[in-house]
Every structure is written in C-alpha cells, then in structure tokens.
Design a binder for this molecule. Sequence first.
Ligand code: SAH
Length: 338
Amino acid sequence: MPALKVPKREAESVKRKLKKMDLYDGKRRPKREGDFVLLPIIEDEKIYSLGYEVLPVELPLRPERQIYKNLESVLAGRLSEDELKHLRRYDVIGDIAIIQIPLELEHRVDDIVWGLRKVHPFLKVIARKGFHEGAFRIRDYSIIWGEERLETVHRENGVEIKVDLSKVFFNPRMKGERYRLAQLIKDGERVLIPFAGVLPYALVIARYKKVKITAVELNRDAYELGLKNIERNRKRLKGEIEFIHGDAFEVLPKLESYDRVISPTPRGIDALALTLSKAEHWLHYYDFVHEDEIWTFRQRIIHECEKLGRECSVRVKKVSDFKPRVFKVCADVELKEK
Ligand code: SAH
C-alpha cells in the first residue's frame, strides 16, 4: 500500500479528506519525515488527483494488526502457505485469547495454541469462539487450552474491566471508539448509554471527563459486573456513573433527555427512534450496515429526526468489518438547535 507525502501542517486536513474519499488506510500508521508526514493510503487512481507525491512505501501496521502478523510469522514454519491463509484475527481479553478456527485448520489446533502462547507468554486461557447469540449477545466459547474459566480482567484506556465471557458481551476491538468518544465529550456533559454491557464505554469516558453518565443494561450478569467495575475503578474516575438494570425500551421513555446519547445497539435491534428521542445535541448510533445501504441508513436517520421536528447532520463512519461488505458503523448525529 502506498503513502501520500504531505506537509506537516496540512496533514490533518488531508487525512480528513482521504477518509471522506475512503482512501485512507486506517490499518497502517502515518509516519513523520522532517517537515512532512507520510499518510497511509489505499491504492486507487484518485489519489493522483490530489496533487501530492505518492510514494511506494509500506508503512507499519497498527499494533493490533501487528499482533496478528506475529502469530502468522511464528506459525510460518509449521503451517503451509495455504493453511496460513485461513488463520483468522484473534483477540486478547485480559489473560484469555479468543480465536476463531475454521474447518480448514481443525487439524492444526495444537499448533495454533503453541503459536499463541509463544506470542503472548502471559496467557492463561485459550478459547475458540462461536457467534454472538440471543438478545444478550453472548458468544459460545470452548476452551482449548489452559484454565477452565472465561472470567478475566481486561485493561484498556486506563481502566480495568472485569468480564465473564460466558455470561456477557465484550468487544476489545472497540477500544479506539471508546477513546474517540471520550475525546469528543466535554466536561459537564450529561451522557446516556443504553445497552451498556459491563460498562466499557461509561468507564473510559468517566476516566477522562468530568461528566454525569446514566447507563442501562438488561442482562443481570452484565449489570452486576458493571457495578463491580465502577467500584474497581472508582479512584480513577473523574465522572459519575449511574447504572440502571432494565430494558432500555421501558427505562428510556421514563428518563429525561441528555446532551449526548451513545447507543452500542445490539445487532438486529432498532433503537434509533428511542435513542434519538433522548438526545439533545448528539447521538452516536452503532449499527451493522451493508456497504450499499449506508446512504439509505443516513436517510433513515435524517427522516427520524424530521419526525421529531429536529434538523440534524449525520456522518457515518465504518468502525470494523463484520462480514464481507457488511460493516459495523457509527452514525455521529448532530442535532441542531430547536
Ligand atoms: N456496550 C457494551 C455492550 C454492547 S452489546 C460493550 O460495548 O461491551 C449490547 C448489550 O445490550 C448487551 O450487553 C445486551 O445484554 C444489552 N441489551 C440487549 N437488549 C437490551 C435491552 N432491551 N435493554 C437494555 N440492554 C439490552
């Protein structure tokens, strides 16, 4: 993948432009070179129209991609080229590694366990994962090595998050999103987070900002772990978190409205009208959308705003790939003054 050489003071605006044009390669890291910055870009004719120099340099992968590459290189001597292609990305949550092993690698489970332990010597459990199931989005796991537990403490963005993967949903890949939101939010805001799980968003935001957060979660196990997580991080938190156990569709209508609402919506649930009705200035709405449907998704949000008699501007951002051409996206919705 090539890089675009731009003067340092233009780097931020060019980066934004590249992102808008879907030409920015977020998997790689930009690099400083004197008064210039090399921005990672996607191979496409359009980049030549921007008027900057295009260089054939391979910028380094971001750390999480790098981790995956390490496993690949550790296993290179044991697995064939073809087998290596089937190796999936994996996650490390606390001292547990979670990996999906496709049928093609069924006979290589022992090698994969060996490779993961070599890359991450601190691991205590290795589990293979199935898919998120039911309304609580709990995954089905089977432990293939180590201690018989799926409970651990994950560290991220300066907070400690206790999870039990056999009982609750948790996605470490949203680390960057949580940090992004924490930076957007200003001290003094009132924030509402339905579908809050074990509170990863709430904890990270409260860690950085002096805000009042109300979080809502239906799964009792997630709720109880969330309460423990507030206690566990209490000294680190600048903000306050109020946690309500209940169904967001019943609880939210009884609440006041908030400066900002963050909805890590479970897949298959339409909470757009519900969350929008509680947002005064901002809604960050997560959903799973096919690439070809992003425009329709945006229109749907604008239409919902109109129904509430509000004007809004919407920016939809791809957050992670979910299935081929289907993305987890976040719509940042700014509601204009009434
Ligand atoms: N924000 C968390 C969890 C997101 S998954 C995180 O990012 O880790 C969605 C969460 O919504 C799950 O924890 C699930 O238990 C919860 N949930 C599902 N339906 C709900 C409802 N009707 N009301 C409140 N929470 C619900």
